[in-house]
Design a protein around this ligand. Structure first.
Ligand SMILES: Cc1ncc(COP(=O)(O)O)c(C=O)c1O
Length: 382
């Protein structure tokens, strides 16, 4: 175990994704890991754990394997798995001291804004919404009590790109931490800790699971220090833990993450280029396009541009909604990161209070052949 961990420390992402947390089962030598469903573990008469585990909510062997993998693929010292991306986000934010101030992206995942608006006051936290892709605007909002800059890059659904290195420097200069929601990029394409972030959150429900059949969230930490301890304690007490079966499914998804992200990215690029030249389309938000305002920063901090994009229809809301109904290969559904291509009218999915433009459609480009995806869009735009 020590030996393989040592060897893996020098390996490339693809190798880490396949081998981290994949030691053969010591009891049977099985290569596919067992799922330990037990909620409780025999302990010594004085309560001491015999093999490091006592109760499922505190930790369990399948979750430990997943966390070993998550830390390795995100260049982190340690990682924690949760029941969902929101359980992970909430656990980190609930671990902050009362009176802490948090900067939240004004265009990021809408449920994080809802968390800040509806729950921060109950937890004694304060927040401001900021354009996280504008470092000067962020700097102007930092207070002495600011503890976290919460960045999302690329952002959902406008695909804005944050300069992670500049935000880390800004945060650290003011005694705060940079936490990055890296769900759209995944650790295969962007590892924020390498740019100075203190922690990275992923909704594992998306690309890490990869097949639209499992929910989970993760936080990877630059250091196994005070923040890690506090968030682990919050998970244990508040209880947003992932089930062993979900941990197992996500671990299986991570094994093929690098290969899937290559195809998601090349398919999305083909779809984005097709849409960008179509006369019915006002603008395409996809950071691979040189016209995207964050293109240069994305090129610096991402190895490819992922499978997520959004675009706006010239003729407005109704035309956008009507388009989704004419597609055959793309399915009308929310969520993202699975093998199948999805499209949604994002403002409708976000519901009342959404700030997403009404003519915007969000697309999760899947693993189908790009020609079939483009043909489907061409006939629907027709
Ligand atoms: C960017 C982003 N962050 C966080 C989440 C929340 O993840 P979950 O649905 O697993 O709670 C989502 C979900 O869509 C997301 O898109």
């Amino acid at each position: 175990m020590i030996c393989i961990t040592f060897i893996l420390a020098r390996m490339k992402f693809e190798t880490l994704a396949v081998h981290a947390g994949a030691e053969p089962d010591p009891a049977t030598a099985a290569l596919a890991p067992p799922i330990h469903l037990s909620t409780t573990f025999q302990h010594a008469p004085d309560g001491a754990a015999l093999h490091g585990f006592t109760y499922v909510r505190d930790g369990n062997p399948t979750q430990s394997r997943l966390e070993e993998s998550l830390a390795a693929i995100d260049s982190a010292a340690a990682a924690l798995a949760f029941a969902s991306g929101m359980a992970a986000s909430a656990a980190l934010l609930q671990s902050l001291p009362r009176g802490a101030h948090v900067l939240i992206p004004e265009d990021g995942y809408y449920a994080v804004r809802a968390l800040a608006r509806d729950y921060f006051p109950r937890w004694g936290l304060e927040h401001d919404l900021v354009p996280m892709d504008d470092v000067d605007a962020v700097r102007a909002k930092v207070r002495d009590t600011t503890r976290v800059l919460w960045a999302e890059s690329p952002s959902n659904p406008l695909m804005k790109i944050c300069d992670l290195g500049a935000l880390a420097e800004l945060a650290h200069g003011r005694g705060a931490m940079l936490v990055v929601d890296g769900t759209f990029a995944t650790p295969a394409l962007q590892r924020p800790i390498e740019f100075g972030a203190d922690a990275v959150m992923h909704s594992m429900t998306k690309y890490l699971g990869g097949h639209s059949d499992v929910q989970g969230g993760s936080i990877a930490f630059k250091e196994r220090g005070a923040l890690f301890e506090a968030v682990e304690q919050t998970r244990t007490i508040v209880g947003g833990v992932a089930s062993p079966f979900n941990c197992w499914l996500i671990l299986r998804g991570i094994r093929s993450l690098a290969a899937r992200m290559r195809v998601h990215s090349s398919n999305a690029r083909a779809v984005a280029e097709f849409l960008a030249q179509h006369p019915a389309v006002e603008v395409v938000h996809y950071p691979a396009l040189p016209s995207h305002p964050g293109h240069q920063i994305a090129k610096r901090q991402m190895s490819d541009f992922s499978g997520m994009l959004s675009f706006r229809m010239k003729s407005g809301r109704e035309a956008a909604i009507a388009l989704t109904g004419k597609l055959n290969v793309f399915k009308c559904a929310t969520s993202l990161g699975g093998v199948e291509s999805l499209i949604e009218h994002r403002a409708s999915s976000e519901g009342p209070g959404s700030t997403t433009p009404e003519n915007l459609l969000r697309v999760s480009v899947g693993l189908e052949h790009p020609d079939d995806l483009i043909d489907d869009l061409r006939q629907a735009l027709g």
